[in-house]
Design a protein. Structure first.
Length: 245
């Protein structure tokens, strides 16, 4: 099979697997988010390395919920130094600094994204959030997570601190396409499937809030007429509370 089509076929099969095995968890995550927003709480989103893109996926997005606080620590992203971020994401204790700096509060929701689910910072943050009364939703890769030891001092993996744990159904190592004559697989799946899961959660959460009679705040595209006016009202309302606005 053509390798581009093979990759697309694998993504299609993973979508079917997510539908078959994770729908109840996706709906549960949507309910937690809807309840938090209806109660005046906030939704925070965090990932390191490439997983940070999922925190950006649901932030300030056309058709996305407004009251989302992305935790975008530059030292844990890739644009300053990819190799440095890999070392930092394994540090135990750093998650506590992030927790305090971003003002996470009891009753809020924290979304944590990690394909491997084994590194210190993500586990630190999820553990502390669970202990402080936040609702922790994790999107991870269970095959990968269970394939190796935790790098956290507790010896536990990320999913063990989740109120709701959603499996992206990927393979160990994330890359999924085998090339004949080459000894390493290519083309990861976690970002594609993670974004799909997040936007499915968003759709269901908004439906729930509408059904509850709640005045839902959703961003418009800035590239349609009237979009700037809609979005600027939300920015003005939240810019002092959401750092990245």
């Amino acid at each position: 099979m053509n390798k581009s089509l093979e990759y697309i076929s694998i993504i299609q099969s993973l979508i079917k697997e997510v539908i078959a095995t994770q729908t109840e968890k996706i709906d549960g995550a949507a309910r937690l988010i809807a309840n938090a927003l209806e109660s005046g709480r906030r939704v925070h989103a965090f990932g390191t390395g490439h997983s940070h893109m999922l925190a950006e996926e649901i932030f300030y997005r056309a058709g996305g919920i407004v009251n989302i606080n992305p935790i975008l620590e530059t030292s844990l992203m890739l644009h300053e130094s990819a190799s440095k971020s890999t070392r930092i994401e394994r540090l135990s204790g750093y998650g506590e600094i992030i927790f305090d700096h971003y003002g996470l509060q009891s009753g809020d929701v924290l979304l944590v994204f990690s394909n491997s689910g084994r590194n210190g910072v993500s586990i630190d943050l999820a553990k502390l959030a669970a202990e402080r009364g936040l609702h922790v939703i994790v999107i991870t890769n269970m095959k990968h997570s269970l394939s190796g030891a935790s790098r956290h001092l507790s010896g536990k993996r990320l999913y063990e601190f989740a109120e709701i744990n959603i499996d992206n159904c990927g393979c160990v190592g994330d890359a999924c396409v085998e090339i004949e004559g080459f000894n390493r697989r290519v083309s990861p799946t976690s970002t594609v499937i993670g974004a799909m899961i997040l936007n499915a959660i968003t759709a269901q959460a908004v439906q729930m809030m509408v059904d509850d009679g709640f005045d839902v705040e959703v961003f418009s595209s800035s590239n349609v007429d009237g979009g700037d006016e809609i979005n600027n009202k939300f920015i003005e309302k939240y810019k002092k509370e959401i750092k990245s606005l």
